[in-house]
Design a protein around this ligand. Structure first.
Ligand code: ADP
Ligand code: MG
Length: 234
């Protein structure tokens, strides 16, 4: 379970998140809505442990362990993984090597080639990470790396942004697999927190709870489909 308790986060001495509370149980997927600049990506970055995002108050508990002050690599080892809203290009590192590194010690997750085929990226493995990739290719590559890493807590920052409709269905499938959507909730070993602007992703994952974030605070919490309908209408 992930428990975020009264979390406040500052970036460059400015407090961005104020007293955020959230609880995600194993097996559940929660979605985060909210306008640009609300602090959604900041929340994911703070959970992942980016040093730039300073915890100004509160705690993050993951599987009963206080991870508030554990560095990012430690959190990754504990089973937290993230796909970025705008992932960087990494010159000099081949996509193959990144996926292979994520797979190390976990042969049961399939080979690099199998994962690439699944993400329709077989021809991209010898290219530098994200170098010259289209919007959809970047997002699929992020999900391919996560499928190799298989984190227990999956953080997805706008997985469908900049992606066309054909790609969205493939991305939906990959997210489904990552979040074990075909298993009963009680049999799942992972949980997810997904930021979405468009809500398209709700057609593919069975989201349990939704939140609207505004000005660094959680404004409301409830049924994600109802929430999306209200957001669209208002
Ligand atoms: P959202 O993902 O909801 O669009 P963000 O979390 O990206 O919002 O940003 C929230 C606020 O925090 C914005 O005002 C943004 O400019 C600021 N912010 C986020 N990251 C940084 C950073 N690394 N440096 C400076 N300001 C930042
Ligand atoms: Mg964002």
């Amino acid at each position: 379970m992930l428990e975020i308790e009264d979390l406040s986060v500052s970036v460059e001495n400015k407090e961005i998140l104020h007293h955020v509370n959230m609880k995600i149980k194993t097996g559940e997927t929660h979605v985060l809505f909210g306008p640009n600049g609300a602090g959604k990506s900041t929340l994911l970055s703070a959970i992942m442990g980016f040093p730039k995002y300073r915890i100004a108050g509160g705690r993050i508990i993951f599987n009963d362990q206080d991870i508030t002050h554990i560095p990012m690599d430690g959190r990754a080892r504990l089973g937290i993984g993230m796909s970025f809203q705008r992932p960087p290009v990494i010159r000099g590192v081949k996509t193959y090597d990144m996926v292979e590194a994520c797979l190390t010690g976990h042969g049961d997750r399939g080979s690099v080639a199998q994962l690439a085929a699944k993400a329709d990226l077989s021809d991209f493995l010898d290219r530098d990470i994200n170098y010259g990739f289209s919007g959809g290719e970047v997002k699929r590559s992020e999900l391919m790396q996560l499928l190799a890493q298989r984190p227990e807590l999956v953080l997805l920052d706008e997985p469908e942004s900049g992606v066309d409709l054909v790609n969205i269905s493939l991305i939906g499938k990959l997210i489904n697999e990552l979040l074990e959507q075909d298993c009963l909730i009680r049999n799942r070993k992972c949980m997810g927190l997904i930021i979405t602007h468009t809500g398209y992703i709700l057609d593919y994952v069975n989201a349990h709870t939704g939140y609207v974030m505004c000005d660094g605070m959680i404004g409301c919490e409830g049924d994600p489909h109802e929430m999306l309908a209200t957001i669209k209408e208002k």
